[in-house]
Design a protein around this ligand. Structure first.
Ligand code: BDR
Ligand code: CA
Length: 310
């Protein structure tokens, strides 16, 4: 099994990503660290626990991390995820307690406790927690096996500004710290997630599982899907964050290549843009594996099968 930490701002797609991890015996989820993003931290910390309880995993340690980006006020996305961040299925308030330890301290401790290279960080929201851990404890960079993150965009450009993807835009300074850390980074940008469209047929396949977990997931996805279909006019909304977990489970479903990615922290119109040197026109060294290709049917059958285990 691979040991992972999920850093997240649930978010319907984050919630489904957590379910995918919990339904997958290949992954050992050491902790969930909540961060401010789609909605403020008090809500993401509640939502993460709701999802664990839904999957009957009250044993998972859920930590609250940073409540604001490193150097700018928080930007949220209630227009996508609803007021609670998890609109679409109402779950009871969690009864499992929030871990006392701060999310950043948990990341530092777990990485130090693990063998070098043993722990992979799955980052599904703004990178504030991860960057703060790296700044506070630079020794952990050499011990982190890899960071697989949903964020950024290349050909597909932005979803929160014309050039920036939400997770990077919310905390560009944090993203810059992560991308320059020297840790092996795998980036799953909008270019990839816009190939993971949750259309009616795929949603029905999950619903047909007939379990409470499947029903909850479909409520979320339905809410989320309707929003994005309206916006993008495509087959269904992009299911961003579960791609991170699926990548760890079945990397063969994905294709990409190593390139240099820099984070724009200044641009007047382009703050938060991932400047990806796809064609190798600079001599900047590759610092990330940029994933762009997806076997979408393979991805959705994996997701459906794993949700069916919960
Ligand atoms: C990302 O932003 C959030 O709204 C989603 O949860 C995902 O992590 C997509 O840009
Ligand atoms: Ca997210």
């Amino acid at each position: 099994t691979r040991k992972i930490i999920i850093d997240t701002d649930p978010g319907q797609d984050d919630a489904v990503a957590i379910l995918l991890a919990l339904g997958s015996p290949e992954l050992d989820l050491l902790a969930v660290t909540a961060v401010a993003g789609n909605v403020p931290l008090p809500l993401t910390a509640v939502n993460a626990r709701k999802v664990c309880e839904l999957a009957n995993r009250r044993d998972i340690a859920v930590h609250a991390g940073c409540d604001a980006p490193l150097s700018q006020p928080l930007v949220t996305a209630e227009h996508v995820h609803g007021k609670t961040g998890l609109d679409g299925t109402d779950l009871p308030d969690p009864t499992m307690p929030l871990a006392e330890e701060h999310g950043v301290d948990a990341i530092i401790r777990l990485v130090r406790e693990g063998a070098p290279g043993e722990i992979t960080i799955c980052a599904l929201g703004p990178l504030t927690n991860v960057a703060t851990a790296l700044t506070r404890a630079p020794d952990i960079a050499a011990r982190i096996g890899g960071i697989v993150l949903m964020g950024g965009a290349y050909f597909e450009v932005g979803n929160i500004t014309p050039t920036a993807e939400f997770n990077i835009y919310v905390d560009p300074e944090a993203a810059e710290i992560v991308f320059s850390s020297g840790i092996p980074i795998t980036v799953l940008p909008l270019d990839l997630t816009h190939k993971a469209l949750i259309d009616r047929t795929r949603l029905d396949a999950i619903r047909a599982l007939g379990t409470p977990v499947a029903e909850a997931a479909c409520g979320w996805l339905d809410f989320y899907e309707r929003f994005d279909v309206k916006k993008y006019g495509g087959d269904g909304g992009p299911l961003h964050d579960p791609c991170v977990i699926a990548y760890l489970l079945k990397p063969d479903l994905f294709t990409g290549r190593e390139i240099n990615v820099e984070i724009e922290t200044e641009g007047r119109f382009t703050r938060g843009m991932t400047v990806a040197d796809w064609w190798g026109v600079t001599d900047r060294k590759a610092n990330a594996t940029f994933i762009g290709g997806l076997d979408a049917d393979g991805f959705f059958s994996l997701l459906t099968e794993r949700i069916g285990r919960l």
